[in-house]
Design a protein around this ligand. Structure first.
Ligand code: SF4
Length: 302
């Protein structure tokens, strides 16, 4: 998740060596025609369109037709904190390099120490998370260590402009905005990270692995293709654990036709629920992590 230019070079090699075939009709820029054409003019966030939690789409009905507010579970709040602390740490490193005062790893390490309490203050809306300080500190330390070393390597080859040095230290963008409205997704979608040089869309997850997370990568790829008309054939799905330290495992996934089709079927089912405004009912079994479980009274697999 804290990608360096060396990581990106390895991903670029693997991407180049992996065969792929995606038909024109499955590209995001073919949004005016089926199967890309959405069944409604309404839009959904990528995570809701990809069907992470609810098989029938009742989640969408409750959230966007009935406007029932889902309670935030402690796990979801901790997940949001991890995402925000990650974005905050990467943004702070970039800001420090742009300031011109930080030109090597030692200077970065000491400036990140100075910035730490201000970052905790900015993240204070998550302070009810039980191990708030541990989470922020672990992510901050990891960003400081990875980018301190990356900056030292970058300054050997990227003298001159601050922008050059920042780009050579941090070769990706966090919370990259994508307008997904042409393919039925939110106009202000944000993918967790974008590695533009490959290109790779990156989803970061803190819970259990789900097929819906792969579909979400396809959703971002289609949205990106619809906006920029550039093919996105691969994505990274990163599962992150934060205890005293951060551990992450990123899988390089092909965003082929099968995954695109699966995403589009889920998207269409949920957009149809939104369009019709009719309760689709409960699935046979509900997801035990669904925040609407007590509202719906659904059964979970024991
Ligand atoms: S509790 Fe069940 S039916 Fe209700 S939104 Fe969640 S998964 Fe869907």
């Amino acid at each position: 998740m804290f990608f360096t230019p060396e990581d990106v070079a390895l991903y670029a090699k693997r991407v180049r060596q992996t065969p792929r075939q995606v038909g024109e009709e499955m590209r995001g820029w073919r949004w005016p025609e089926p199967p890309l054409l959405p069944p409604s003019g309404r839009t959904l966030p990528v995570s809701d369109a990809s069907g992470a939690l609810c098989q029938t789409g009742r989640y969408v009905y409750l959230s966007y037709v009935k406007w029932v507010k889902a309670p935030t579970s402690p796990e979801a709040a901790r997940g949001s904190l991890i995402h925000e602390a990650y974005a905050e740490s990467v943004e702070t490193v970039r800001k420090l390099i742009y300031s011109g005062e930080v030109v090597d790893g030692n200077a970065l390490r000491s400036a990140m120490l100075d910035e730490y309490y201000e970052a905790e203050r900015r993240l204070s809306e998550y302070s009810s998370v039980q191990d708030f300080h541990n989470v922020v500190k672990a992510i901050w330390d990891r960003a400081t260590s990875v980018f301190g070393a990356s900056l030292d390597r970058a300054r050997e080859r990227a003298r001159g402009r601050r922008e050059t040095l920042a780009a050579a230290t941090i070769p990706f963008l966090v919370e990259f905005p994508i307008d997904g409205s042409l393919v039925g997704l939110s106009p202000n979608s944000r993918v967790d990270a974008l590695i533009p040089n490959v290109p790779l869309v990156v989803e970061m997850k803190t819970g259990a692995r789900r097929r819906a997370h792969e579909r979400a990568l396809a959703g971002y790829a289609l949205a990106y293709e619809s906006q920029y008309e550039v093919p996105v054939d691969f994505g990274l799905l990163c599962y992150v654990r934060v205890e005293d330290k951060v551990s992450d495992r990123c899988e390089l996934l092909k965003i082929g036709e099968a995954l695109r089709t699966e995403f589009l079927e889920e998207r269409d089912r949920r957009l149809q629920v939104l369009e019709d405004g009719v309760d689709p009912g409960l699935p046979k079994f509900c997801d035990r992590e669904c925040p609407f479980l007590s509202h719906c009274g659904g059964k979970v697999v024991q």
